[in-house]
Unconditional design. Sequence first.
Length: 104
Amino acid sequence: MTQPYQKQRKLHFDLTNVGLRAQATAVGLVQLCIELQRANVLDGQAVERIKNAIADEVSLAAPRSIASTKYRSEIKTRLDQLFAGEHEVGSAEALAFGASPPDE
């Protein structure tokens, strides 16, 4: 993880309490990052730090049955695709791990 565990855990609970787990928020964040990178406001390293923070948060809540290193790697791969604009953010079911991609 890129942040100390306790700090990441506190952020996790703060985000949950505020309700920022909504898909609309995620879509807005991804699109904002794409637009800021296109406008040369964010560089590649900044976007990587954002994706790493998201991957840390998602992997923190990984089911115990999933190996956390593999789980985080899958999360990071999907984030790379989303932030590159290669995939649209679909329904939560479409993003579920182990689900087949829609119509590919």
